[in-house]
Structures are given as C-alpha cells and as structure tokens.
Design a protein around this ligand. Structure first.
Ligand code: IMP
Length: 429
C-alpha cells in the first residue's frame, strides 16, 4: 500500500490544505514532519472553516493525527489550537492525536529572539512569522533544546533551562530585548506538562507498526521547497528541510516508507516575506491575481506577493523534492486573462540559466525569461473533468508539465473539495 507525502513546490501557500484534506479522507493516519505553527492550513469541512497551524489536517476527518519529531512544538500554541478546534466540535484526545516524545519545544524566549533579531535586521529582515521557529531549530541542532520528554523530568528541565537562559538572555540583553527568568519558565512548563504528556509517545514505533499493518500514511508537509533550509532561496527560507526526504527523518520511518511524492503548485506564484522572486508582478496584473486569489497569509494576515508561474523554479523543486506528480491549484484565478506568461529561465549578467543559482547576488539579479501562452475567456471554476476545461487551459497545463518535467496528477479548480480533477490516485500503488 502506497503512502503519500505532500509538499509545497513553490514558496508555500499553494493550497495544500484542500489537497491534504482531500487525501486525508483516503488515509488512516496524517503526520506532520517539519515546521511548527508557522504553517497555516485552512480546511472547510461540512461548512465549518478550520484554521490549523500545528495540528495535522486529518483530525478534521476523524483520522489519527501524529506530530513527528521533526516538528518544533510550542506547547502554548498547541493547547490553544486544540482548545479552538474543540470549540468547533472536533474531538482531540490522546486517542486521536499523538506527539513525538523527542520533538523539540518552542518557548516564549524563542519568539522573543526571533522578533528582536528581525527588528535588528531592519531592511534586511527575512520576514519570518515571528513565532520562534528559527531559534527553536537552532537550539535543537546546538543540543540544548528542551524536548517533549523533558516535561516528565523536572530536574532535567531545571538544568536545561539554566543552559538555555545563559545563551538566550545574553543574546536578548545584547539586542535590547526583555530577558526571562528561570523560575517563571519552569513553573509554566511544569503547569503545561500534565496537559501535553498524555499525547506523547515514541511515534516512530506506532508509525512503523502502522506501516507493517498496511495502514495508509499521509505525510503533511508545511512551507515549501523554495523555503527549504538547504535548497531554498537561502537565507530567505525557513529553518527546516521541507523536501520529501524529511518525511522519513522527521517521523522515524525509513525513506522507503514515504511513498508517492505529490508537489503542490499554484497555477501562478506567490510568496510572503522577503527574498528573491524573479517572476513577481508589481503591476495591475499582480494586484488582480492577489485580489482574485485572496492572497493573504493565514498565519500573518500579510498580503502575499504575486507573479507568473515560474517553471524553472518548480522544475528545480520537482528534482530536489523528489516530486512524482504535481497538484496544480487555483487555475481559475487566471480565467479571462488575454495572455499568460510562464517563466522558463533566467538571464543573469547576460548568461542564460535553466536553474536558480544558489548565490544571493545572482538570485537577486535574475531576470526572468518568459514564454507567452494564450489565455482563455471561459470560466474554469468548478471544473471536474478535462472535458470541462477550455482548450487553451488544457494547453497551459500540458506546457507546465513539459517544462517542470512532472505530470499534473491533480487539478484543483475551486476551494470546494470536490472541484478536483484527479488524473492519478496518489494512494493507488
Ligand atoms: P519562519 O518559518 O517563521 O522562520 O519564516 C521564514 C520564512 O518562511 C519567511 O519568509 C516566512 O514568511 C516563510 N514562511 C514560514 N511559514 C510559511 C508558510 O506556512 N507559508 C508561507 N511562507 C511561510
């Protein structure tokens, strides 16, 4: 039985929520493997809108949700989100949600450092979500993180807080930000411990058993390949690896368990935060795409930058992310445009590139090379089969497939779950 990993193939916000929800109804377990509550997935289930940041989307479909060791968990944010969705009628109990005991925690000092550093960067800021994601991953790699399992050992917690505060208070004071006291942090963590620990376990064991028993696992990626810490537009990236390989290391399964890799891409392109965006449109067409596509961040509420589909970038994401099929979303946003451009390469200092180079200077200087395709006057909204699509829209999709070197296996034509054209069932193998 195939498992499926869903990852973003651009800079995030590709409409993963709808696709993951659609696939979750066919899965037994939905697992988050990286990122934290910087993600924002909007789901509409039975007329109810759920905004999830940390909880796996499958919970809204009554499936077991697992938060893997690769995720950084803010216990306050987790409990607040659980409280919120419970208020909307979802059942979240240790029977429906499991959390890796070896996942690292995000503490208030991480958010404080994230925000203090961003304001110190001034115009060179990364545009982070300010939720402490970067500092929490830094602590994990530096071997001083407090992990979920530490909540069960007050002495360990106390010793680890000493080490953590030595590091963080020095930095915070240097940046002119408020510092933290051990007493307050320890007291709060000990208060939270009995609320978090019932969800904790070695999830690698449960997931390996589930795999052996032939249960279907859906790996729910957050952010996207161009925000990957190695492969993205560094330093304007997030602090985790967002590629499909992380679905294994971030859960405690081997790479064979990951299964079919579905990349999600919008039929155009958006980005929040700073950083290079070669096909960005700062004109009326960009505004039109943003208005029609309701391009506002779920987590930050910030207006997203919009631009043409960048096939060079998505092809790169397909390769480094191991994408086997693409889910193309929001095709209807392009309806009625007389012509549509697709980025097919970059000109940098007079040289033509078929990939985005790694150096920040080259990335910033990349001028897109476009191919212009014919638009379509008809509406594609709500189409449920290829036959419902105008010929020019089919041509557009086919050209994208050629350029990115991956088949479009799902096409989403409206926010409604059933307005989806499935070419290949990702769980079918
Ligand atoms: P951080 O993950 O909060 O450190 O932010 C680093 C970069 O990733 C910033 O440009 C954010 O805007 C971006 N980012 C983080 N999470 C998401 C997401 O879920 N969607 C889109 N962009 C994101």
């Amino acid at each position: 039985m195939a498992n499926v990993a869903v990852i973003g193939a651009q800079w995030g916000d590709e409409g993963k929520g709808k696709v993951v929800d659609w696939l979750a109804s066919r899965a037994d377990i939905v697992v988050r493997f990286q990122g934290g509550h910087n993600a924002g997935h909007t789901l509409v289930v039975n007329g109810e809108t759920y905004k999830l940041s940390l909880l796996p989307s499958g919970l809204a479909r009554g499936k077991l949700g697992v938060i893997g060791n690769g995720v950084v968990i803010d216990p306050e944010a987790l409990l607040a989100e659980i409280g919120r969705v419970r208020g909307q009628g979802l059942t979240v109990t240790p029977e429906t949600l499991r959390i890796a005991e070896n996942a690292a925690l995000i503490l208030p000092l991480h958010g404080a450092l994230d925000r203090a550093r961003e304001s110190a960067r001034g115009a060179r800021k990364i545009g982070t979500t300010g939720r402490g994601i970067g500092p929490a991953y830094e602590d994990k790699v530096a071997r001083r993180a407090i992990r979920v399992c530490d909540l069960a050992e007050p002495d360990t917690l106390s010793a680890k807080l000493d080490e953590l505060l030595l590091h963080h208070n020095t930095l915070l004071a240097g940046l002119g930000a408020e510092t933290f006291t051990k007493e307050a942090l320890l007291a709060r963590l000990l208060e939270l411990a009995p609320q978090i620990l019932p969800f904790a376990e070695p999830v690698w064991e449960r997931l390996n058993e589930a795999r052996q028993a032939g249960r279907r696992i859906l790996f729910e990626g957050a952010q996207a390949v161009m925000l990957d810490n190695d492969h993205g537009t560094y330093p304007f990236v997030t602090s985790s690896n967002t590629v499909s390989a992380t679905a294994a290391s971030g859960t405690g399964l081997g790479p064979q368990a990951v299964g079919f890799v579905l990349g999600i891409a919008k039929a155009y392109c958006t980005r929040v935060g700073s950083g290079p965006f070669p096909t960005e449109l700062t004109d009326d067409t960009g505004t039109l795409l943003g208005d029609r596509g309701h391009e506002f961040g779920t987590v930050t509420g910030r207006r997203r930058r919009c631009g043409w589909f960048d096939a060079t970038l998505v092809r790169q994401a397909v390769k480094v992310g191991g994408v086997q099929g693409l889910a193309l979303t929001k095709l209807d946003v392009l309806d009625g445009l007389p012509e549509i451009k697709v980025g097919v390469g970059y000109r940098i200092g007079g040289e033509l590139f078929r990939r985005l180079p790694a150096a920040p200077g080259a990335q910033a200087a990349a001028e897109p090379v476009y191919e212009t395709l014919e638009g379509w006057a008809e509406s594609t909204r709500g189409a449920r089969s290829w036959a419902d699509l105008p010929a020019a829209a089919v041509k557009y999709v086919r050209r994208i497939e050629e350029l990115v070197e991956a088949p479009v296996t799902l096409l989403s034509t409206s926010p409604e779950r059933d307005d989806t054209i499935m070419v290949r069932d990702p769980f079918a193998d």
